[in-house]
Design a protein. Structure first.
Length: 302
């Protein structure tokens, strides 16, 4: 009698996931731009996570600031100081925590809304899909920034408000893409077989449609994070962010209020601007590489 244990269903599923992850990483490594973006994001995430240890949690305090207001870069303060005498390098590192967190949460919310709308509109069709798509079209033609500003204005000034304002105004593109993919999936023969065997709407959408649109959702999420970070910086620059926290957009807004542009205090403006542009570029590089791996037909150049 054989003593060899038969692999369980869960074990087989775990092995398939490990093989799929290894295959994804092998293909991702062939995209040099994606690796550069991933390395930059890993470094930034490390700085953000270790900020309480490296720069201290009191770096944003305006009382007892270590330097004089608006000092230019020096050996003591590598990026100079702000109008309160605070170290701009420490503020830049601390601000990465808020900017990354808001960008990630807003992107997840946006993609989640878009995925739900796209899958349900592609599955049910009829009058329900028509109404959803008309609402989606309305959001598409309306300026996203104007809608986000309107929401952030009427609600309390907090990080939750910024996340909500960005998330509920940037989902239509994802909804359109997911709906198109859902229609393509539901035209396949195995969907008809599943329906003939008694599969309900929930079973079809979660067991057959969702796994097939997840690669698109994942790629869209990585691309949306960069847009969300830019939107958060814009809202903070306009004075609609949370005034109690430090973010890169908030640093630009403070520099504008301090008259850094007219007085030529470039060190007050350039570092947060470069940080915003750099992290947006890094997420875009990663997103394009993920797109190329999950959809090789795109033919994205390495």
């Amino acid at each position: 009698m054989s003593t060899t244990a038969t692999p369980s269903v869960a074990g087989l599923a775990w092995q398939r996931r490990r093989r799929a992850a290894a295959r994804f990483w092998r293909q991702y490594r062939t995209h040099r731009a994606g690796l550069v973006g991933l390395a930059a994001l890993a470094l930034l995430a490390l700085l953000a996570l270790t900020a309480p240890l490296t720069v201290g949690s009191d770096v944003a305090s305006v009382t007892g600031a270590p330097g004089r207001p608006l000092e230019s870069p020096s050996g003591e303060f590598w990026l100079g100081t702000d109008r309160f005498g605070r170290d701009l390098l420490g503020l830049l590192v601390w601000g990465s925590r808020v900017s990354l967190l808001v960008g990630l949460l807003a992107a997840v919310l946006s993609v989640a809304i878009g995925a739900v709308v796209g899958i349900t509109a592609g599955h049910f069709r009829g009058a329900y899909a028509t109404v959803l798509m008309r609402v989606t079209d309305w959001f598409l033609v309306m300026p996203t920034l104007v809608l986000a500003i309107a929401l952030a204005t009427v609600m309390s000034r907090s990080l939750g408000t910024v996340v909500l304002a960005i998330g509920v105004t940037t989902w239509p593109t994802t909804a359109r893409l997911v709906r198109a993919q859902t229609l393509a999936v539901e035209s396949r023969p195995y969907i008809e077989r599943a329906k003939a065997l008694g599969g309900g709407h929930w079973h079809i959408m979660t067991r057959h449609v969702l796994p097939n649109v997840m690669p698109l959702v994942l790629a869209q999420t990585t691309l949306m994070i960069s847009s969300s970070i830019l939107a958060e910086a814009t809202l903070a620059f306009l004075g609609l962010g949370d005034p109690t926290v430090v973010s890169w957009g908030g640093m630009l807004q403070e520099a504008r209020e301090a008259g850094a542009v007219s007085s030529g205090d470039w060190w007050y403006l350039v570092p947060p601007g470069i940080a915003i542009a750099g992290v947006a570029l890094a997420f875009t590089l990663c997103g394009r590489a993920v797109e190329a791996v999950l959809n090789p037909r795109l033919g994205v150049a390495r």
